[in-house]
Design a protein around this ligand. Structure first.
Ligand SMILES: NC(=O)c1ccc[n+]([C@@H]2O[C@H](COP(=O)([O-])OP(=O)(O)OC[C@H]3O[C@@H](n4cnc5c(N)ncnc54)[C@H](O)[C@@H]3O)[C@@H](O)[C@H]2O)c1
Length: 275
């Protein structure tokens, strides 16, 4: 039977099993985590959130200077940081990232595959290059990250993987046209459910986190300004999310607080998908 216990000292200072309190189940103390695409936006925010919850956090992305800034923020939050430049569309890069974490820290307990790209193109004019860019990053890249992470987690008998999908896996956004992006995220949700079923008996949980419109470069760039009033009108809470508002959901999925949750898509969208 699975139970959440820690070793605590009894009155004679001997170790004994004791049940974790609910807040302790959210702790990532002593764990190691990886966040991809962590030089900016949601990835940086989640990396700092994991550090605040107690984890040592490795970050990867293509731009060393922004990764270094995230590493400074992780250390300011009290965590150990490891910045590893890598492109998630290259399987050999992804395998090198996981190998570096194992060589440096000896374990990988939590992984958050956040790297993603988006552009707006109507489908009649969509090029093969744009299709490949979106799918290579959002779907194929996330899959091969998940595979490399799961291999070491399966060997260790436990782990939690979080794939960043989107509410766009469930709704068709407006006014922008982005059928390729929406379908790449829907594929990621179903891929994650399938992997959750395969790896549940091996101790590895796999879930998706699906944000609504969140104030980052992706959704708050100058090109999006005209669309924003439509987005907020269509959101019951009447506003976009701040990155910090995703940290709690990610720590929940990463930690023992979600020990019986796998194959789930956790939508954090201010109610957008309700309407
Ligand atoms: N911002 C939103 O409104 C929103 C909503 C739903 C889902 N998402 C998803 O959240 C994730 C983070 O997006 P964000 O809003 O922080 O945008 P962002 O553009 O700030 O962050 C994406 C990060 O991924 C990195 N990246 C892109 N391609 C990469 C590659 N090949 N290898 C390594 N890194 C790569 C980028 O350099 C960037 O740092 C994405 O998967 C996105 O699809 C965002």
């Amino acid at each position: 039977m699975f139970s959440l216990v820690a070793r605590c000292a009894d009155s004679q200072g001997r170790g004994k099993a004791c049940p974790l309190g609910v807040l302790e189940t959210f702790s990532l103390e002593g764990m190691t985590a990886l966040v991809t695409g962590a030089g900016t936006g949601i990835g940086r925010g989640l990396a700092v959130g994991f550090a605040e919850a107690g984890a040592s956090v490795a970050v990867c992305g293509r731009t060393p200077s922004t990764l270094d800034e995230t590493a400074v923020a992780i250390e300011a939050a009290g965590g150990r940081a490891l910045a590893i430049p890598a492109d998630v569309t290259k399987v050999e890069d992804v395998q090198r990232v996981v190998a570096t974490i194992i060589e440096t820290w000896g374990s990988l307990n939590v992984a958050c595959n956040n790297a993603g790209v988006n552009n707006w193109v109507d489908s009649v004019n969509l090029s093969e290059a744009d299709w490949d860019w979106i799918y290579d990053t959002n779907t194929k890249g996330a899959f091969f990250c998940t595979q490399a992470e799961a291999r070491v987690m399966i060997a260790a008998g436990s782990g939690s993987i979080i794939n960043l999908a989107s509410m766009s896996a469930h709704v068709t956004n407006r006014p922008q046209m982005q059928a390729h992006y929406n379908s790449s995220k829907a594929a990621l949700v179903q891929l994650t459910k399938s992997l959750a079923a395969e790896w549940a008996p091996l101790g590895v949980r796999v879930n998706t986190l699906s944000p609504g419109y969140t104030r980052t470069e992706m959704a708050d760039a100058p090109r999006t300004r005209e669309a924003q009033p439509i987005w907020t009108r269509d959101t019951p809470m009447g506003r976009m999310a701040e990155v910090d508002e995703l940290q709690g959901a990610a720590v929940f999925l990463a930690s023992d607080a979600s020990s019986y949750v796998t194959g789930h898509d956790l939508v954090v969208d201010g109610g957008f998908t309700v309407w």
